[in-house]
Ligand binder design. Sequence first.
Ligand code: FES
Ligand code: FES
Length: 212
Amino acid sequence: MTDTGQKISTPLIELDRRTVIAAGLGAAATISATGQAARAQAGAAAATAEAAAPAGIAMTIAPRINGQAMRMKIDTRTSLLDLLREQLHLTGAKKGCDHGQCGACTVHVDGRRVASCLTLAAKVDRRFVTTIEGLADGEELHPMQQAFIDHDALQCGYCTPGQIMAAIACVQEGHATSRDSIREYMSGNICRCGAYVGIVAAIEAVAQGGQA
Ligand code: FES
Ligand code: FES
């Protein structure tokens, strides 16, 4: 894959940049498009999580995750990121630094962006959690997901779920008023590929379209 969109060929596989991007966003889109399956999987995983929680340091929480009411027993030391990824198998939120410094794990709790690696799962009891898997409406991508595709706002895609969750919050908070302001309020989300120009353009487009 190259920045110029040239095709990379091997004897076994042929990919172009667009295909890779579509596949990357597809991590969100596919999961979202198959939202029912994802929710069913998460529900089943929650049951597993309850069985797996160690006795003595467990508590029961009842969050609503991506619109689905859940009830599960957790280890009180579990981070929200680990609850999502390890117990519910919602792997859109990424573990980058695990120290609140990269933004790859960004999700929404009660509509506000949080670093899920720094948020205890115990804190989301009876609260609303939205992850990248919960954004699309069936086959239809969230406008910010679509804008990231349209503005070529990713390369490897590792930071993209966190960037999109932060980007939606940035617009909803009213901070996407200029490119400088977008840069300032997205500064907690690091992109190792340096896709910042496209990211800012995508956010600006969504803000101007009033779609977030
Ligand atoms: S993994 Fe949470 S901020 Fe880096
Ligand atoms: S697109 Fe690779 S880390 Fe951002």
